[in-house]
Design a protein around this ligand. Structure first.
Ligand SMILES: *[C@@H]1O[C@H](CO)[C@@H](O)[C@H](O)[C@H]1NC(C)=O
Length: 135
């Protein structure tokens, strides 16, 4: 029966469904993305990068110069990556994503060159966070 009370319940149901749909959408849009960019000089070797978290398997990539590794992360979980110059014996582990440091940002950029690993949230201000280590 279409009593006012039934209409009200139907309205509540629909309102709930719509807000759930919006929450899901916002949630995916808020999933941060980490970009790791091989910024070695032209004609340099590639860089091998493996990234993982406690809840995701290792993703193994080889980056040519100027190529970027794009990693969608869960905002509450830290991600570690290990990078290695493929032709030379240099390697480093770095915190690709740290919730305590990065959670306010939806894009986290890493620029990797001969001098090390630089972090930025806006691709304007870069801070070196790690150096290459010899193997
Ligand atoms: C990356 O992962 C691949 C496949 O598991 C492995 O062969 C390689 O040694 C790893 N690279 C580094 C730098 O750990």
């Amino acid at each position: 029966m279409a009593t006012p009370r039934n209409h009200f319940l139907l309205f509540l149901n629909l309102a709930f469904l719509f807000s759930a749909a919006i929450a899901t959408k916002v949630n995916t849009e808020n999933q941060p993305t980490v970009y790791i960019i091989n910024s070695m000089p032209p004609n340099s070797q590639s860089i091998e990068v493996n990234c993982s978290s406690a809840s995701s398997p290792i993703v193994d990539r080889e980056l040519l110069v100027t190529e970027a590794y794009q990693l969608n992360v869960e905002s509450k979980i830290p991600y570690l990556c290990i990078a290695r110059m493929t032709q030379r014996r240099y390697i480093q582990i770095f915190d690709a994503y740290l919730p305590s440091r990065d959670k306010a940002h939806c894009k986290i950029y890493w620029l990797v060159n001969q001098d090390g690993f630089y972090l930025s949230w806006d691709r304007d201000k870069w801070v070196r966070k790690a150096l290459w280590q010899s193997e």
